[in-house]
Design a protein around this ligand. Structure first.
Ligand SMILES: Cc1ncc(COP(=O)(O)O)c(C=O)c1O
Length: 304
């Protein structure tokens, strides 16, 4: 993995190898951290960060839901993200801002007045999203239930959400699949371990509503807006397992995955078992938008 040369830590850019935390960092023990995943694309007009404002807004909201006070303004964090990418030596990358409870308490009570912030970035390799991009991903409906907001604020992109997601992901990989699909406690479809999910049936595109306990994905929102701008619409409605199996197409969205085709679920073929036309069209549209080739969405890009 090629990492950015510098990491922004509490207001300073430090060399990658010096971006370390103490073993008694509270977040390491109690998952008291919130973070973001953002992409910077190497467009024909230079490197551009995708939907920076929305990611920074979600970052602050995630922290607020855990009573974590970030001691920097949104503007300062946006500028720091740009600075980190500029100092990285990378033209295209994945960016990870993280706010976490640092050293200061060695028990459960989080040191909420001691929130550290760091921003790192690294070269994005398609890795596990490759299948979804080309041949289509094979997914397993997980036995792990997506925890919901009765247990912790799932609207927050918090580290604490990801042990549940990682259990589902690891179980899917160990069973020979590419990704997990998680149900909520009502038995409805929630999301993938790190992606939102959509289906296409009878020319209708549907996705579970945010109330089903899914992360308000920024790619999900981008896809909904792209479809709308192109004259279509997405129906936000609860979906059941049978809706997945009878769909003509299933796809997932996420910052890492972008638009990922799902061609098999629990060993059953979805549609004809190949990436569908609507999915492929959306993959292309999303690429055009993120690479600055669709003028209607240029405001989503922050050029460095
Ligand atoms: C649980 C979960 N759902 C959905 C998403 C997709 O969100 P976004 O499109 O903002 O990356 C992610 C990715 O971070 C995620 O972790």
């Amino acid at each position: 993995m090629k990492y950015g040369k510098k990491v922004w830590m509490n207001g300073r850019l430090v060399p990658f190898k010096n971006a370390n935390v103490h073993v008694l960092t509270h977040a390491l023990h109690y998952s008291t951290a919130v973070f973001e995943g953002i992409r910077c694309y190497n467009t024909s007009n230079g490197s551009a960060i995708f939907r920076l404002q929305e990611h920074v807004d979600r970052f602050f909201n995630s922290a607020k839901l855990y009573s974590m006070k970030i001691k920097y303004s949104k503007k300062k964090i946006s500028d720091a993200i740009i600075k980190t990418v500029k100092a990285s030596g990378l033209k295209e990358c994945y960016i990870r801002p993280i706010a976490y409870c640092g050293v200061g308490a060695v028990g459960l009570t989080p040191p909420l007045n001691n929130i550290d912030v760091a921003i790192a970035c690294w070269e994005w390799k398609m890795g596990e999203s490759k299948a979804g991009k080309f041949s289509g991903a094979k997914c397993k409906i997980s036995n792990w239930i997506r925890i919901d907001s009765r247990s912790q604020p799932m609207e927050s992109k918090a580290a604490a959400n990801y042990s549940n997601a990682a259990l589902a992901r690891v179980d899917a990989l160990k069973s020979g699949y590419d990704e997990a699909i998680m149900l909520n406690y009502e038995g409805k479809i929630a999301e993938g371990s790190a992606e939102n999910i959509f289906i296409v049936k009878d020319a209708r595109i549907k996705t579970p509503p945010l109330e089903s306990g899914v992360l308000a994905g920024i790619t999900r929102d981008s896809i909904i807006q792209i479809i709308k701008e192109n004259g279509g619409r997405v129906i936000e409605t609860n979906l059941e397992k049978k809706d997945l199996f009878s769909a003509e197409e299933v796809f997932m969205t996420g910052t890492a995955a972008e638009v990922k085709s799902v061609t098999h679920i629990d060993k059953k073929r979805i549609g004809n078992g190949k990436p569908g036309n609507i999915t492929q069209t959306l993959q292309k549209s999303f690429k055009d938008v993120s690479m600055g080739n669709d003028e209607r969405f240029l405001s989503w890009l922050t050029y460095l």
